[in-house]
Design a protein around this ligand. Structure first.
Ligand SMILES: [Zn+2]
Length: 113
């Protein structure tokens, strides 16, 4: 389950930011997870309290914002929504797609004290 190490990476970011932004407790983490990122939101919810135990984010709430996958279809010349990386265009079934959104996992916002 690679979500464990993703959570560890996130905790490192939180600890670094705590120094530069002068906070000591993380209350809420708003985390964007793209549908095409290969990150399982449920696995993140499971890993988060395990990884943050004893840290500045020990009692933090993890709020996950799921971001739809989007791609530019060269055939249709428009943005389309896709659910998986190797899906074709839902309109014309073409695979000439350029992914434009939904690959990210990033901290969108923090509530700190
Ligand atoms: Zn298309």
């Amino acid at each position: 389950m690679h979500e464990m190490s993703l959570c560890e990476g996130m905790l490192e970011i939180l600890q670094q930011q705590a120094k530069t932004q002068n906070y000591s407790v993380v209350k809420t983490v708003f985390l964007e997870i793209g549908k095409l990122s290969n990150v399982e939101p449920d696995a993140m919810r499971f890993a988060f309290p395990v990884v943050t135990r004893g840290s500045l984010a020990e009692n933090a709430t993890l709020e996950i914002i799921e971001v739809a996958g989007q791609a530019w279809c060269m055939q249709c010349e428009q943005n389309v929504v896709i659910n998986q990386r190797y899906d074709g265009c839902p309109l014309c079934e073409s695979h000439q797609l350029q992914i434009t959104d939904g690959e990210q996992m990033r901290i969108k916002e923090l509530e700190v004290a």
